[in-house]
Design a protein around this ligand. Structure first.
Ligand SMILES: Nc1ncnc2c1ncn2[C@@H]1O[C@H](COP(=O)(O)OP(=O)(O)OP(=O)(O)O)[C@@H](O)[C@H]1O
Length: 274
């Protein structure tokens, strides 16, 4: 009986089900010297508060472009998008989101703590608050003993953890992550996947995550958005049947394999190799 109650607890939906991102018929065409590039076409997508959503698809299908549109770093040429109930520009100005890039992008002349402090300095937050946030989030990513080190004194995985802590220091409701673990070895990636899930659970944030890896998408996500190139569009949105509370052992289960197969099939349906 206890086991059933525990399972219900970990698989329940988050209490709030507010729309965090609402995208309606969105398209984006880049004008280039070689002619127009249809990067995104007819994108409809709703992401709710507390979801962990992965974008997966072949190279050039528009995953990064879609993430950058959410972040107001690219402007759509058609359709509508709301982020946190406002325009992407207002969401950016209100610091609704934190953005984690594929490469850690830390300033080499600043210590890890000082790198984390930078966005809070820019938004004029008091020093005592800055220090408290740095301790909180460097602790959360397991780097409390490295706060006075410089980026070049840390491994690639540690640098990426530092960049996640930096993004979290501003307490964004939304975390946008563009292949943050793509350059790391598999063991480090496994470890950071589990760390990220812990942070997601502890903070209740909404995460939008770009990946090329089917196992990573299955392990992390509540929803997997399968995309297809030329022009970039959504082939399928798959709601994960797996519990929100996950361990690496889940990868040996039939449910995990079945979900991975469903993603692989959706990718194959619409992807022709030229
Ligand atoms: N600033 C730009 N100007 C012109 N074309 C662009 C620009 N940014 C992206 N593109 C094109 O838009 C398409 C989508 O690119 P995007 O980087 O979003 O794909 P992706 O799915 O993230 O690829 P990858 O997995 O390789 O990172 C590609 O054809 C790319 O060449």
């Amino acid at each position: 009986m206890q086991a059933v109650e525990t399972l219900t607890e970990i698989t329940r939906e988050p209490r709030s089900h507010r729309q965090m991102i609402a995208i309606d018929k969105l398209s984006l065409v880049f004008e280039t010297n070689d002619g127009p590039v249809h990067a995104l076409s007819d994108i409809d997508l709703t992401i709710h508060e507390g979801d962990f959503v992965s974008f997966i698809g072949p190279s050039g299908c528009g995953k990064t472009t879609l993430l950058r549109v959410i972040a107001d770093l690219e402007q759509p040429t058609g359709g509508q998008i709301q982020v946190g109930g406002t325009s992407p520009e207002d969401a950016r100005l209100n610091r609704l989101y934190g953005y984690v890039f594929q490469a850690p992008a830390l300033f080499p002349w600043r210590s890890i703590a000082s790198n984390c402090a930078l966005p809070m300095e820019i938004s004029a937050q008091p020093k005592t608050h800055r220090n408290a946030q740095i301790d909180k989030y460097l602790g959360m990513v397991g780097l409390q003993d490295f706060k006075h080190k410089f980026p070049w004194q840390l491994s690639g995985g540690m640098q990426q953890r530092a960049s996640i802590a930096r993004a979290l220091c501003l307490e964004p409701e939304l975390l946008l992550m563009d292949e943050p673990f793509g350059a790391l070895d598999e063991i480090t990636r496994d470890h950071l996947n589990m760390e990220l899930l812990k942070i997601w659970k502890a903070t209740g944030k909404t995460v939008v995550f770009v990946t090329h890896s089917i196992p990573e998408a299955v392990l992390l996500s509540t929803h997997i958005v399968v995309m297809s190139p030329r022009p970039g569009r959504i082939v399928k949105v798959i709601k994960s049947p797996l519990p929100r509370d996950k361990t690496l052992a889940l990868r040996d289960t039939q449910a995990f394999t079945a979900l991975a197969a469903e993603i692989r099939q959706a990718l194959a349906t619409d992807h022709q190799i030229d």
